[in-house]
Design a protein around this ligand. Structure first.
Ligand code: NA7
Length: 546
């Protein structure tokens, strides 16, 4: 049965509604289906893939190595699928997720082209009433969000966008048909991961590319390459060890920090360490020293090294200086690139510093900054996302007494969760990789698997024990929130302006909603909670109170 057929079925009540058909939603569905729960997934897109369905911009790639960026719950899946290169392209990850959906026969439980507008907890029925954009309503015992941390696209409110006569796109909502840049004057706003991946590719095709940069980035060469057969064979043969290493690691990858402190090494030794990591590419650089994100002096050593590489690569010293970041390394997510800085040596690429000369408006024919007008045929917004809370706040989620999640969390100013999985007054709501879980600072598929398995096991436990309502309480979430903040405040992350801290969105309250205590510790904590009969949650049997 295809997704569309499900829409015509008279589904009125299910055990669980899951939002999103990306890595999280697909595995959650598989788990609940396998345990015999009636489950439906609602997905806005017309296919599976989540973030990899939407992010089709030129050059889109994952920054985690492909052999680690997949599910590990099934040896068969791992062995059957073969990645072609070190850093997988969007198209290949999307193919992988389609393969998983087919292999596990998941499509019949997914309703595509459907947006969940609202979900309200009905205190009489102790169930979630879920409102769909087509007017249908569905009643579910469990409401589970698998909508990712970066799915609410941010298009800054520049004056005049509606009068632009050319075409404009956001990287997170890229068209399915190829955008042809041949002979076009293209402007791109934003130099985060998306912009930095897209810029070298577009520059090769467009007549001219103008990059509007607000903040430069510390980006490291990805050094992508094709995998050879021997490597793939060895990796597949090593599946159990890899799985164990990833699931018991600090970051969800089988890597550990190589050295304790950047300032304890001699200049000569540190240079050697950085050079080796630079040559290796990928996240090797971030793993060089354990204190890069906790000690400002160590951080500056890494920052200075990257600046020296930028100055070596970019031929025009004025342009090189504009490309050199001055803030603390890693407080914005470190980006991996392929020929990013080299691209500024091309004749058809111009860098515009919009901190120096801000964008005033978008005109009919281009972009007007404080000092110049740039004539453009295409504008690309690589301007990121309203991260962490943004995807949840897009939905009208109401718990007890009709209070919205947005109001409870004061629009993001006072987010409180228990383990990033649940929040008080919102019974039977589970968030996969929600705020205050390790989420985006861990290898996402591994973080997702841990959450999904915990939730599935929990729902199974509730069924086994005839428990109807599960709800965390204020004490548990306050304690978890305090723990999260204490750890985060020991790091430099909280000092940066980034989507991690919400500083990228005008007017968004500043907060840091990622658990930094380590994926391994976090997993143990979740296991303890389950083993202790879900301590921190109230478990209610309706029969006993009726
Ligand atoms: P990011 O990393 O949030 O980057 C967005 C970029 O857009 C960044 O350079 C921003 O500058 C810039 N931006 C945002 N708003 C504006 C305005 N109003 N004017 C000019 N420039 C602006 O998003 P990405 O999509 O690149 O990556 C998101 C994550 O996806 C990434 O971290 C990986 O985890 C995968 P700013 O730095 O805020 O000054």
């Amino acid at each position: 049965m295809r997704g569309n057929d499900v829409k015509n079925q008279p589904i009125k009540e299910v055990d669980a509604v899951i939002l999103g058909a990306g890595f999280a939603g697909l595995y959650m569905l598989h788990q609940l289906k396998s345990k015999g729960f009636s489950t439906i997934v609602y997905e806005t897109g017309d296919g599976v893939g989540g973030v990899w369905y939407w992010n089709r911009y030129p050059g889109a790639r994952c920054d985690i190595e492909s052999i680690y960026y997949n599910y590990t719950f099934s040896k068969e899946l791992y062995e059957e699928w073969t990645w072609t290169s070190r850093f997988p392209e969007q198209e290949e990850i999307l193919r992988y997720l389609n393969y998983v959906a087919d292999r596990l026969k998941l499509r019949s439980n997914i309703q595509f082209n459907t947006r969940v507008k609202a979900a309200h907890f009905d205190e009489e029925q102790h169930k979630w009433l879920v409102h769909l954009n087509d007017g249908h309503q569905v009643l579910a015992k469990y409401f589970i969000t698998g909508i990712g941390c970066l799915s609410a696209a941010n298009v800054p409110k520049f004056q005049g966008l509606d009068q632009f006569s050319g075409k404009w796109y956001h990287t997170g909502h890229w068209p399915h048909d190829k955008v042809d840049f041949t002979g076009k004057r293209v402007g791109i706003i934003g130099t985060g991961s998306s912009g930095i991946q897209a810029i070298p590719v577009i520059a090769k095709e467009a007549k001219h590319l103008t990059v509007f940069q607000r903040t430069p980035q510390y980006t490291i060469p990805a050094r992508n390459h094709l995998y050879d057969e021997d490597f793939i064979r060895q990796t597949k043969g090593n599946f159990e060890n890899l799985k164990h290493a990833m699931r018991n690691s600090f970051s969800g990858t089988p890597f550990a920090y190589n050295h304790p402190s950047a300032i304890e090494d001699s200049d000569h030794q540190r240079q050697k360490v950085f050079e080796e990591a630079w040559a290796q590419g990928g996240f090797a650089f971030a793993s060089t020293y354990k204190d890069l994100l906790t000690n400002e002096q160590s951080n500056e050593k890494a920052a200075a090294f990257i600046r020296s590489k930028i100055r070596e690569t970019v031929q025009d010293p004025t342009v090189a200086e504009k490309l050199c970041p001055k803030y603390m390394y890693g407080t914005k997510r470190q980006v991996l690139d392929s020929d990013y800085f080299e691209t500024y040596n091309r004749d058809n690429v111009l860098l515009v510093d919009v901190k120096e000369s801000p964008i005033l408006e978008i005109t009919e024919t281009g972009i007007q900054t404080a000092s110049n007008h740039f004539e453009l045929d295409i504008i690309i917004f690589a301007t990121g996302y309203d991260g962490m809370t943004g995807p949840l706040f897009k939905i009208d989620i109401r718990g007890r007494n009709g209070v919205t999640l947005k109001d409870k969390w004061e629009n993001g100013a006072s987010v409180q969760t228990y383990l990033g999985l649940a929040t008080a007054s919102f019974p039977n709501l589970f968030m996969i990789t929600g705020p205050e879980s390790p989420s985006v600072l861990v290898n996402m598929p591994i973080a997702i698997e841990q959450h999904v398995e915990w939730i599935a096991q929990c729902i199974d436990y509730l069924r086994e024990h005839d428990i109807d309502v599960m709800e965390t309480n204020a004490e548990a979430e306050q304690a978890w929130n305090k723990h999260c903040r204490e750890i985060a405040n020991e790091t430099l992350y909280v000092k940066g302006d980034s989507w991690y801290t919400g500083a990228n969105i005008a007017g968004k309250p500043r907060s840091f909603l990622i658990y930094l205590g380590g994926f391994d510790y976090y997993t143990k904590r979740c296991q303890e909670v389950a083993q202790n009969n879900y301590e921190g949650f109230q478990l209610l049997k309706l029969k006993s109170i009726s």
